[in-house]
Write a protein that binds this ligand. Structure first.
Ligand code: NDP
Length: 309
């Protein structure tokens, strides 16, 4: 009898194919009456592939053994509830570090060099009327990284290649890192030209980039967020961007995706990307393969590759 697993949202085609070759896959997101389906079939499910798993869903899956999340961030999974029910949770770290770090630098360069504006300037025939106003360079500037983890370190390496100075904030100082550590995020923002966010979402970090932190970054400061929208007080950020008390923002993630406030879209000092930092074929394939590998390891009774619970 094959193992029955539940997919909670659409996954990459290659990942879905690999899962279907190994397991009987049910797709919760395709059920018209999810509650009825769960009541009837939930007891047969031994694994979930994907995120969006809360305590209520866990209650409907009494035989669940493992949740294999697609993504390194697992803030859509109630890990406490999973742990309490003896359910393992895995994520997809490392394989996406380079792609996400590249996106962070792309947003920084996009903002500093006003890439979208410069492109529009030519398309709209404005060049013939005069040269584009001066832009900024990254060289010599200080970048404060919130979350000098796996991805944060890749961003730091790239920022250094651009001759920037790197400082960081997290809950702990990392003694083996050469960069200056700030215990206070607000202090770091005050002494940084750029604030790059690449910490996890969830309750613990919700709103830690507060109005006070953004004010400390100031009118000449730039915010880049490739972490999670929930990290930032978004209304305060928009307010400060509108009044010029914050210089600019490059954002890949938002509070209520995919809905981006019109007030943010109307701003000229922002560069926006649709939560696509890891979205290259190579990286997404590697993430999908890691989801499958973790499930294989689990059902073979072997140690998981990337367990978070
Ligand atoms: P890591 O766990 O390697 O690093 C996370 C860092 O955040 C650590 O340095 C940690 O430092 C810091 N951190 C954690 N909690 C807090 C806290 N409460 N306050 C301050 N700092 C904190 O994660 P990754 O680098 O692999 O990924 C980071 C995040 O990037 C993911 O969780 C995800 O949300 C986001 N991401 C976004 C993507 C996108 O498409 N835009 C793609 C991939 C990831 P310390 O322990 O010292 O606090």
């Amino acid at each position: 009898m094959t193992i029955e697993i539940l997919q909670t949202h659409k996954l990459l085609d290659t990942c879905e194919k690999a899962l279907a070759e190994r397991y009987t896959v049910h797709k919760l997101h395709e059920q018209s009456d999810k509650a009825a389906w769960l009541a009837e079939s939930g007891t047969r499910i031994r694994a979930v592939a994907g995120g969006n798993v809360d305590a209520a869903l866990l209650d409907k899956l009494p035989k669940l053994e493992i949740i294999a999340n697609f993504g390194v961030g697992y803030d859509t999974i109630d890990t406490k509830a999973a742990k309490a029910r003896n359910v393992r949770v895995t994520n997809t770290p490392d394989v996406l570090n380079d792609a996400v770090a590249e996106t962070a630098l792309a947003l920084m360069i996009g903002l500093a060099r006003k890439l979208p504006h410069a492109d529009r300037y030519i398309r709209e025939g404005k060049w013939e009327g005069g040269n584009f106003p001066f832009v900024q360079e990254l060289r010599g500037k200080t970048v404060g990284i919130l979350g000098l983890g796996r991805i944060g370190k890749e961003i730091a390496a790239r920022a250094q290649a651009f001759k920037m100075r790197v400082v960081y904030h997290g809950r702990h100082r990392q003694p083996t890192e050469p960069h200056v550590y700030y215990e206070s995020l607000e202090d770091m923002a005050r002494y940084s030209d750029w604030l790059v966010l690449v910490a996890p979402g969830g309750k613990e970090t919700e709103g830690i980039v507060s109005r006070a932190v953004l004010e400390a970054l100031g009118p000449d400061g730039y915010l880049v967020n490739v972490g999670r929208g929930s990290l930032v007080d978004e209304p305060a950020m928009i307010d400060l961007l509108q009044s010029g008390q914050l210089g600019g923002a490059g954002l890949d993630v938002f509070a209520d995706e995919p809905r981006v406030p019109q007030s943010l879209r109307d701003l000229d000092n922002v560069v926006l990307t649709p939560h696509y930092a890891s979205a290259t074929q190579t990286t997404r394939d590697a993430m999908g393969a890691l989801v499958v590998k973790n499930l294989e390891k689990h059902f073979a009774g072997e140690p998981l590759i990337s367990a978070v619970v």
